[in-house]
Design a protein around this ligand. Structure first.
Ligand code: PMV
Length: 325
C-alpha cells in the first residue's frame, strides 16, 4: 500500500479561460495564462486500501458529499482504469484558504489530487500527463502543476510553464470579501454564458488577442502592459457573463470598491491592476516593492474581510511512502 502526499498551489489567470470547446473532454475554448500563488495551497494524501468498503473523501476535516465528491471519484476512477487498481481510495485534503469561492480551490485541489492519486497507484505519469488528468476535472487545475507563469493553449491537453518566478517577480494582493461559497459553479456559469450571452462570440474573438498581449508582457517583464491586459481580460470575461440570461454577477459592492481603490493607487503612481474570477474576491497584481502599500490601503476598503499577500508559487510536489515497509 503506497501513501502519496502532494502539495499544489493555487493559480490565478492573468489572461482568463472562460468557455469550453469540448464539454466531455473539458477542453477550453480560449487560451489562458496564469501565475501560481505561493500563499494558497492544497495538501492531499491518497492511499488505495483494499480494506475500505468504499472511497473516503475528506476535505478540511469533513466528509465531502454530492457533486464535489463525484468529481473526486471521477478522477480516481480514471486513475484506477489506467493502473488496473480496483481498491477504494482514502483521500485526505486540506486547503489553507476558503474553498469554492473564486480563490481557485479547484485548481490547487485537482492538481494535488491528480499528482497524489497517480503516485499512490504506482503510475509513473509524466507531469504533462498529470496536468492533462487534472484538466479533465478542472481546466485551471492543469496550470497548478507548475510554478511561475503557466499557459494552457487551445487544443492542448496539458498546461506548460512559460517563465519562472525569478524572470518577473510579481506579487498578488488578494482582497477576500466577507462572503461565503459561490452560488454558480464556473462550469455552470460557462455553459450559461455560451448558451445565452450575445457577447460570448465577442469574448471568443478577443480573448486570444489579449492572451497574446499578456504573454508578450510576461516575456518582456512589462508590468504596465501586463496589467492593462489582465484587467481587460477579466472585464471582458465578466461582461460576457453579465450579459447572459439570467445574468451572472459575481461582484459584490466591496469588489467594486476595491477596483476603485486600485484605480486611485494608479493615479498616485503605484502600478497595481485587478482581476476577478468566479467569485467576489479581487486579486491585485503589483510589484513586490509596492505590495505592502497596496495591502494597507485595501485592508481599509469596506467589505474586505482579509487581505493575503502572495509571491509567485512553486511547482507542485509529491512524496511517496509505503506504510507496509
Ligand atoms: O477550471 P475552472 O472550471 O475552475 O474555471 C476557471 C475559470 C476562471 O477561474 C474564471 C478563469 C481561469 O482561467 O482560471
Amino acid at each position: 500500500m503506497i501513501a502519496a502526499y502532494a502539495v499544489a498551489h493555487s493559480n490565478i489567470a492573468l489572461a482568463k479561460y472562460w468557455g469550453k470547446a469540448n464539454d466531455e473532454l473539458n477542453l477550453p475554448a480560449v487560451p489562458s495564462l496564469s501565475m501560481t500563488l505561493d500563499a494558497l495551497k492544497t495538501e492531499t494524501t491518497v492511499v488505495f486500501d483494499s480494506s475500505l468498503p468504499a472511497d473516503v473523501v475528506n476535505l478540511n476535516g469533513f466528509a465531502v458529499n454530492g457533486r464535489p465528491r463525484d468529481r473526486v471519484l471521477e478522477l480516481l476512477d480514471r486513475v484506477r482504469q489506467q493502473s488496473g487498481i480496483t481498491d477504494p481510495a482514502h483521500v485526505t485534503s486540506r486547503n489553507n484558504f476558503k474553498t469554492a469561492s473564486g480563490l481557485a480551490s479547484s485548481a490547487s485541489g485537482f492538481a494535488a489530487l491528480a499528482l497524489a492519486a497517480t503516485r499512490a497507484a504506482g503510475l509513473d505519469t509524466s507531469i504533462a500527463e498529470t496536468s492533462a488528468l487534472a484538466r479533465r476535472s478542472s481546466a485551471s487545475a492543469a496550470r497548478s502543476l507548475y510554478g511561475g507563469f503557466v499557459k494552457l493553449d487551445v487544443g492542448s491537453e496539458f498546461a506548460s510553464p512559460v517563465a519562472p518566478a525569478a524572470h518577473f517577480p510579481l506579487c498578488m494582493v488578494i482582497a477576500v470579501m466577507a462572503i461565503g461559497a459561490k452560488d454558480v459553479s464556473s462550469t455552470d456559469g460557462m455553459q450559461a454564458t455560451r448558451e445565452s450571452s450575445p457577447y460570448y462570440p465577442a469574448w471568443l474573438e478577443t480573448a486570444p488577442q489579449i492572451y497574446d498581449v499578456a504573454m508578450k508582457a510576461v516575456l518582456e517583464a512589462d508590468l504596465e502592459a501586463l496589467g492593462t491586459a489582465l484587467e481587460r481580460s477579466a472585464m471582458l470575461m465578466h461582461a460576457s457573463m453579465i450579459a447572459a440570461s439570467p445574468s451572472l454577477v459575481y461582484w459584490e459592492p466591496g469588489s467594486l470598491a476595491v477596483m476603485r481603490a486600485v484605480k486611485q493607487l494608479r493615479r498616485a503612481g503605484i502600478l497595481a491592476f485587478y482581476t476577478m474570477d468566479a467569485g467576489p474576491h479581487v486579486k491585485i497584481v503589483t510589484s513586490p516593492q509596492d505590495a505592502e502599500a497596496v495591502a494597507i490601503l485595501i485592508r481599509g476598503v469596506p467589505g474586505v474581510q482579509e487581505v493575503i499577500v502572495s509571491k509567485i508559487g512553486p511547482d507542485a510536489s509529491v512524496s511517496v511512502s509505503s506504510p507496509d515497509a
